[in-house]
Write a protein that binds this ligand. Structure first.
Ligand code: NDP
Length: 447
């Protein structure tokens, strides 16, 4: 059987065994369709059914999360943790709280996380979790009660050598604090390294908050440098206005890019003279408001309710909100408007047809599992600091992050060349991540 036909068969089996989980199917397809040449070079991977084993999570946990809201009404949400692969280290990957969460979303994210974590070169396996709980318009007390109920079940599956969650959409420092407090209470252990993304006041790492956004910008900078270009002086748009988007904008501005637009799920802010990042931080991080309010503070900024940020002409585009937010039509508009580079701060934000448009146009395109790996890499640095009971300076930690991102870029770039597809970071990232996991799986035998 050829590499390609074997992969086709594996994909059909994944779809059959995981009905209705369309995002998971999409993530699997995007990875395994690039692995045909690797199976040809390494027939032992096919003999030992490495791909088939990777596509099946090691463990999936689904649980009830009951809690009482401020009006005294009982609420029931659903919790998930999918522990996908632990050959490289303890399971590692964020928790997402968003009403769209179901098993297929958590499995797509967990699957991506295996390869992303492998790409960082650090000793971490892949997992993801979360809940369909919607934190919007909930009081602090409600969020706390939800987090306590969620951790009351989840704690038995975690541990610094077992599984170490972090944040994702809807889970920031506030939620990590409540989750850690409940873990400590349930276990009677101050086990700092059981969660990352903690506040630097009590065991968190400096730069973790900034890491995913900064890392994405380092990655785009490396892609541009490989083409003799740079960020300086280029117009940039960044979708979203959450954790990843805010710190991507900050680093773009520091590297003298001109950030002209950002968004949330309600609409887009277009501010030609440059986004006022202090205002975005205040509105989103402190006051938890909608991005629409930005326009009330700047008369020359325009709010476009329900608009597409990809309609705004730019040279650098960073999707930093959510999956499948950039489709084929949007990709065509970006290319037609002269976009030079796209790097994904979010996970799988570009649809497969959108990715093809970027690749055919020959623009620099950095897939999420490479471009946004700075977040989990800095989580691993947080685990290192916790293990040695040490605290590193901002400068030192950021330097480590920058080295890691440039190493990821280099490895992806070289693998793409080795497999005859120079400049194809999708292929490069999948192959580098997969080979590292596959080698460990071979060494461990059939487990
Ligand atoms: P946040 O919750 O901080 O921010 C999410 C942002 O995306 C908000 O502006 C939100 O708008 C917008 N958004 C979320 N869902 C949707 C949707 N369905 N449609 C349109 N807009 C939406 O999350 P993060 O910044 O942490 O995460 C953003 C992306 O980055 C995700 O894909 C995540 O998986 C990925 N990522 C995050 C990492 C991290 O370290 N945090 C690490 C690696 C990847 P609104 O408030 O209106 O919902």
């Amino acid at each position: 059987m050829t590499g390609e036909s074997r992969i086709e068969r594996i994909y059909e089996q994944v779809v059959r065994r995981n009905p209705g989980e369309v995002e998971f199917h999409q993530a699997v397809k995007e990875v395994i369709e690039t692995l045909g040449p690797v199976l040809v070079k390494h027939p032992e991977y096919a003999d030992q059914k490495i791909i088939e084993r990777i596509c099946e999570p090691e463990r999936q946990i689904i649980f009830r999360v009951p809690w009482v809201d401020d009006r005294g009404e009982v609420q029931i949400d659903r919790g998930f943790r999918v522990q996908f692969n632990s050959v490289l280290g303890p399971y590692k990957g964020g928790l997402r709280f968003h009403p769209s969460v179901y098993l297929g979303i958590i499995k797509f994210l967990g699957f991506e996380q295996i390869f992303k974590n492998a790409l960082t070169g650090m000793p971490i396996g892949g997992a993801k979790g979360g809940s369909d709980f919607d934190p919007k318009n909930r009081s602090d007390a409600e969020v706390m009660r939800f987090c306590q109920s969620f951790m009351t079940e989840l704690h038995r599956h975690l541990g610094e050598y077992t599984d170490v969650p972090a944040g994702d959409i809807g889970v920031g420092a506030r939620e990590i604090g409540y989750l850690f407090g409940q873990y400590k209470r349930m276990t009677n252990r101050y086990e700092s390294a059981v969660l990352t993304g903690k506040s630097p006041h009590w065991g968190g790492s400096l730069v973790r908050r900034e890491a995913t956004g900064y890392g994405t910008v380092y990655f785009v900078d490396e892609m541009l440098k490989a083409r003799g270009q740079s960020i300086e002086g280029h117009s940039c748009v960044v979708s979203g206005s959450g954790n990843v988007a805010i710190y991507a904008m900050e680093k773009l501005q520091r590297l003298r890019g001109s950030v002209i637009a950002c968004s949330d799920s309600g609409g887009v802010i277009y501010h030609k003279s440059g986004i006022d990042l202090d205002l975005v931080k205040r509105l989103k991080e402190v006051e938890r408001r909608r991005i629409a309010e930005y326009a009330q503070h700047h008369r020359d900024a325009k709010y476009i309710p329900g608009g597409s940020i990809w309609d705004i002409p730019c040279e650098i585009a960073l999707p930093c909100a959510t999956q499948n937010e950039l489709d084929e039509a949007a990709a065509r508009r970006l290319v037609a408007n002269g976009c030079l580079a796209v790097a994904e701060g979010a996970n799988m934000p570009t649809t497969p047809a959108g990715v093809r448009v970027f690749q055919e146009a020959g623009i620099a395109y950095g897939p999420g599992k490479a471009a946004n790996a700075g977040g989990v890499a800095t989580s691993a640095l947080e685990m290192q600091q916790n293990a040695s009971r040490d605290t590193w300076s901002f400068e030192h930690t950021e330097e480590r992050l920058q080295e890691i991102m440039s190493g990821i870029h280099r490895n992806c770039h070289e693998a793409a060349e080795e497999f005859g597809s120079p400049g194809n970071y999708v292929l490069g990232a999948n192959i580098v991540g997969f080979r590292r996991v596959a080698e460990a799986m071979l060494a461990f035998g059939v487990i």
